[in-house]
Design a protein around this ligand. Sequence first.
Ligand SMILES: Cc1ncc(COP(=O)(O)OP(=O)(O)O)c(N)n1
Ligand SMILES: Cc1ncsc1CCOP(=O)(O)O
Ligand SMILES: [Mg+2]
Length: 220
Amino acid sequence: MIRKWDEAQLREALRLYLVMGSPNCNGADPYAVLEAAIYGGVTMFQLREKGPGALQGPERLALGSRLRRLCAQRGIPFIVNDDERLALELEADGIHIGQEDEAAAAVRKRLPQMIVGVSAHDLGEAQSALSDGADYLGVGPQYATRTKLDAREVQGPAGIALLRAGGIALPLVGIGGIDASNASHVIRAGADGVAVVSAIAAASSPREAAAELRERIVNL
Ligand SMILES: Cc1ncc(COP(=O)(O)OP(=O)(O)O)c(N)n1
Ligand SMILES: Cc1ncsc1CCOP(=O)(O)O
Ligand SMILES: [Mg+2]
C-alpha cells in the first residue's frame, strides 16, 4: 500500500504541528489563523473542533473543507481529531485518536491509507500504539494547559525521554502548554516536533508566533 507521507516526511512534517479549531482562535477566522501560521512555518495541521462553541454539522464540514483545501494547496498534512467520518468526508491525510477514543488497531485497519496519530501518556500506551500500527504519537501534557480541561497530569519532557529510553523510535510530538519559551526542552528530550494550540491560535500574530517557535526548534 502506498502512503502519501513516508516516515521521514512525517518526521519533518511533525516539526511544528498546529492543532486547533474555531474555539481556540479568539474570535478570529480559523482560515486566516491557519494561513498566517503556515506562512510563519507551521508544517502540519490538525482540525480539533472541540469545546465550548465548537461548530457542528454542516458548519463544521464547511470549515473543515476550507482548511483542508488550504493544507492541500500549501502541501502540509491535514489531520482530523477524533472523528473518523469527518476525516473520510474531508479526504484528510490522517486522523488523531486518544486513549478514550476508538481503538487504534481498528482505526488503522479501516483506514490503511491514512496517517494515524495516537495519544500516549506512558511506555505501555506507546508500545500498544506501536503494535496497533500508529504512525506517530502525541505525548503530554508537557506543561500546564488551559486548552484541554480533561488533560492528564503534567509529565514534562521527562515523559518523552522515558519513551525514547524504553525503545520507542516512532515519530512523536510533545503537546500541552508548549510555547517559544519551552519548546527546545521538548525537542531535546527526544521529540521530533511540538504540537501547539493556544501559543499560535490565540496569539495576536499567529504568523509571528509560529515563526518564533520555529526559530527555537530549528536553531537549538
Ligand atoms: C498531536 C496530538 N496529541 C495529543 C492529542 C490529544 O488527543 P486526545 O487525548 O484524544 O484528546 P482530544 O484532543 O481529543 O481532546 C491531540 N489531539 N493531538
Ligand atoms: C489537545 C491536548 N492534548 C494534550 S494537552 C492538549 C491541549 C494543548 O493546548 P495548548 O497548546 O494550548 O496548551
Ligand atoms: Mg481524542
